[in-house]
Write a protein that binds this ligand. Structure first.
Ligand code: FE2
Length: 185
């Protein structure tokens, strides 16, 4: 069984080291090495959501859960990030800015249970849960994720806009409504 309070304390200590992202990555890698232990500590996901675990100006930790086959539009973080999957799978498309078109996809990363991805502060990615069951991951950011104005890109036109917390929350609500509806038929 994983003690979440201890996990957070370990992340905070690691974050004080010279190479904070690498140090925190080691803590996260240990924590999701036994994905079922993390799943037991966080709880089985049953809706899409962001579940804050630790919020500070320099470090943000939350569990993010995706409904089956949910898509998240391209967005940036403007700070380093780590993603550790404890249940399901998360497919990442990596994008870079391009002249004229907004973004060009240049890579992909499929994250399975127990995998940890380290993303630099320049990352732009979109995320898909390709499975017919829920995906859950621990997401860690080297800054104030919710207090930072970032960018998101329209999935069809690739037009850049400031990130919008209300729009993201509404998107999660739509996903949950879609899933409830699908489950009831
Ligand atoms: Fe992200």
């Amino acid at each position: 069984m994983i003690d979440i309070q201890q996990f957070v304390a370990d992340c905070i200590v690691a974050h004080r080291e010279d190479r904070p992202q690498e140090a925190v990555q080691q803590v996260l890698t240990r924590a999701v090495r036994e994905p079922r232990a993390m799943l037991a500590a966080i709880g089985e996901p049953n809706e899409a959501g962001i579940h804050p675990i630790h919020l500070s100006p320099t470090l943000t930790i939350f569990a993010a859960t995706w409904t089956p086959q949910m898509n998240l539009l391209p967005h940036n973080h403007l700070m380093w990030a780590l993603i550790g999957i404890y249940t399901g799978r998360e497919d990442n498309i990596l994008w870079r800015r391009s002249e004229g078109r907004g973004l060009t996809a240049y890579g992909a990363k499929a994250l399975f249970e127990g995998d940890v991805a380290a993303l630099p502060d320049t990352t732009i990615h979109s995320v898909t849960n390709p499975l017919r069951r829920f995906t859950g991951g621990i997401h860690i950011y080297g800054g104030d994720f919710f207090g930072t104005t970032r960018s998101q890109w329209d999935p069809e036109t690739l037009e850049e806009r400031p990130s919008d917390g209300d729009a993201i929350r509404a998107m999660f609500e739509r996903e949950n409504a879609r899933w409830r509806q699908a489950g009831s038929v």
